[in-house]
Write a protein that binds this ligand. Structure first.
Ligand code: ATP
Ligand code: MG
Length: 646
């Protein structure tokens, strides 16, 4: 309810929910670190709504001042009425005119209130939409490192908690703050005009009330923030227990989980109880104080009338003003806290928006080409299935290098953090069409090699060449487009099986998808799903087996049919017979293309052209299967070990 239409309402206006409202207490502790900077940044988002804001300002002013002015009419009306007492045939025309005028003023107030509320919603929802778009865009382009360092919960809370407080503050807080300010100023002036003496009295009493709110509000703020912390803890706990439900059941930890939950739950109960008690007693206290305030003012006013200093109309209208004076003051202090909390949230959002994007200084791009019979390469917009790297020369002309899939690592060194080297001076090469296998124990650095190849991370020393071009010169998007990866942890999106396979090549036809699924040997199980290729997958493909998910991931890479394919443990959950079928399909698809295979099951890599055995970030052995076996080294151990275990 706006301050404008609260003025004429009956009953003491103070007897309304005041003091620490929803969460105000805990929020009052949260303040932005750099208020000015955040505010300026936020104001920039209002840029497209300048005209809206001007109209909002004008209509809020009209709305609040109409309320203030409307109350003033009580004075002439009551004074007129007292004059009629005892008259046989009084002339009501004056009274009726005043009543109409009063009605017109309130009507203007109601219309303005509607207009500014409506416009404010347009501005706030539009601004929030723009902020969310900026956030999501920015997140898409942040380096993988950022995701390593932040939990999903942290990132999600930017989209939920922080945008939520901001939306609330923008939608209601600002207009309430402005109307309250207008109302307080207007009412104060009118009170002074009506009776300076009574005004002083009211102001003194308001100060006493405000100090009381502060004292009790401060107490409850402490408990509110404890309640919020306890709530955070219990939510985090529940989330973890839900995602770990299977592990809990397997190890029969249900009782322990419940016990821990009960502890957290009891903490929450006790802090919530204290917080609510304090905010609960605040309201009746304020209500009673406001009645006292009202009574004292009325008695003093009556006394002034009796002494002949003023008339009844003035006092009646003054008393209405006292009702609508303290309410906006409490509103202002309350909205101020909400605004501060919202700005603190906005600051966290802007901090994320300020993070440097994934750096990309690449200038070499990937283009479709035609090769004429004499061997000259021409760029084309047609989808020819042939690709070239297009690099600008110094003379401004472009040179084209056909994409073949020749990958070389020269003395590459890398660590996720500077103090721990994960890849130590590695050199390897894969010629077009070769199948290179990386094997080695867990944590040896195999996945890391693929992370470097697609530039999830940039190398510290050495160079990686792709068809002779340093990959740091290739635009990241184009580089990644030329590689198809089956990542170690498969991710399937919500959508149909067909959509998920098409993810590898957005314009793939249904025939291409079918062919890719056949190569990946996924066609058989997909056609036995309830709706075949149109079966919906949800929750990361929870309705499929681990192996079936891998088959879809392989089909997704196969449909992309790129010059280089990287399979990281792609067949780890697939039975050996299916794996053999996939392999023969893949061999056909990948003819003349380069394949990196990472596998624990060494039978998978046996027929690779070169097998690199990694240990602690170094390649300790390399060669084909037979030569490695005859070396009797690590590979021999791994290989024979595998059979012993079988
Ligand atoms: N995002 C990361 N941040 C920091 N360190 C990492 C990260 N990813 C991997 N590591 C570390 O790098 C090393 C190599 O990891 P990598 O994933 O390359 O091993 P892997 O050979 O693929 O092992 P596996 O066979 O288990 O898949 C490990 O010691 C691991 O702790
Ligand atoms: Mg790995």
């Amino acid at each position: 309810m706006s301050a404008a239409n609260s003025a004429p309402s009956s009953g003491p206006a103070l007897n309304r929910p005041i003091g620490p409202g929803r969460g105000m207490g805990h929020r009052s502790l949260e303040k932005p670190k750099n208020l000015r900077k955040t505010l300026v940044r936020l104001l920039k988002y209002f840029g497209p709504y300048k005209l809206h804001l001007v109209i909002i300002l004008i209509t809020t002013a009209i709305s609040s001042l109409a309320g203030v002015a409307g109350t003033y009419f009580l004075k002439p009306i009551i004074n007129d009425l007292t004059k009629y007492i005892g008259h046989k045939s009084p002339d009501f025309s004056n009274l009726i005119r005043t009543l109409f005028l009063m009605g017109a003023v309130y009507a203007a107030g109601v219309v303005s209130t509607y207009i500014y509320n409506r416009l404010m919603m347009i501005v706030s929802t539009g601004t929030m939409r723009n902020i969310r778009v900026d956030m999501f865009r920015h997140m898409q382009d942040l380096p993988i490192k950022y995701y390593d360092a932040h939990t999903h919960g942290e990132l999600m809370s930017l989209y939920t908690n922080d945008t939520d407080t901001l939306r609330e503050a923008l939608g209601r807080g600002i207009s309430q703050l402005v109307t309250s300010l207008f109302t307080v100023c207007g009412v104060f002036i009118m009170m002074l005009v009506l009776s300076p003496l009574l005004t002083v009295l009211v102001v003194v009493m308001i100060i006493v009330m405000t100090l009381t709110i502060k004292k009790i509000g401060g107490q409850s703020a402490k408990f509110f923030s404890k309640q919020q912390r306890d709530l955070g803890k219990i939510n985090g706990y529940i989330e973890e227990m839900i995602s770990g439900q299977k592990v809990i059941k397997v190890f029969c930890h249900e009782d322990e989980a419940i016990e821990e939950f009960e502890k957290l739950n009891e903490n929450l109960r006790s802090s919530a109880c204290s917080a609510q008690t304090f905010s609960g007693i605040l309201m009746p206290i304020m209500g009673n104080l406001s009645y006292v305030n009202y009574a004292v003012t009325a008695a003093t006013g009556a006394w002034l009338v009796l002494l002949g200093y003023t008339d009844i109309g003035t006092i009646a209208s003054f008393l209405q003003y006292t009702r609508s004076f303290s309410h906006p003051i409490t509103m202002i202090s309350q909205q101020f806290n909400t605004l501060l909390a919202a700005l603190a949230g906005a600051e966290r959002i802007f901090e994320m928006l300020d993070l440097p994007l994934e750096e990309d200084n690449g200038f070499v791009t990937l283009v479709n080409i035609d090769i004429s019979p004499d061997g000259t390469i021409r760029e084309t917009s047609r989808k020819t299935g042939l690709w070239a790297w297009k690099s600008p020369g110094e003379d401004g002309r472009y040179s084209y290098t056909q994409v073949k899939g020749d990958v070389r690592f020269n003395n590459v060194t890398f660590g996720y953090s500077p103090d721990k080297i994960v890849i130590n001076n590695i050199s390897l090469y894969a010629k077009p069409g070769q199948k290179i296998a990386l094997v080695g124990s867990t944590g040896a650095g195999k996945t890391t090699i693929t992370n470097l190849l697609n530039r999830f991370y940039d190398i510290d020393q050495g160079e990686i060449l792709y068809d002779g071009i340093p990959i740091k010169n290739i635009k990241k998007d184009d580089l990644r487009r030329s590689l198809a990866m089956v990542l170690q942890d498969t991710h399937l999106f919500t959508g149909t099986v067909r959509d998920n396979i098409r993810y590898g090549k957005l314009d793939a036809t249904d025939e291409e998808i079918l062919r890719a699924a056949k190569i990946a040997n996924a066609d058989f199980f997909i056609s036995h799903l309830p709706h075949g290729y149109d079966t919906m997958l949800t929750g990361d493909g929870a309705n499929l087996s681990q192996g079936q998910r891998q088959l879809i991931a392989i089909a997704r890479a196969a449909v992309a049919a790129p010059p280089v394919l990287v399979l990281d443990e792609a067949t780890s959950s697939i039975d050996t017979r299916t794996e053999a079928l996939i392999e023969s399909g893949m061999n056909k698809l990948m003819e003349g293309r380069t394949v990196f295979v990472i596998a624990h099951r060494l039978s998978t890599v046996r027929n690779a052209k070169a097998i690199m055995v990694m240990e602690n970030g170094e390649i300790i052995e390399r060669g084909d299967h037979d030569s490695l076996i005859s070396e009797h080294g690590k590979y021999y151990q791994l290989y024979t070990g595998m059979f012993e275990l079988d």
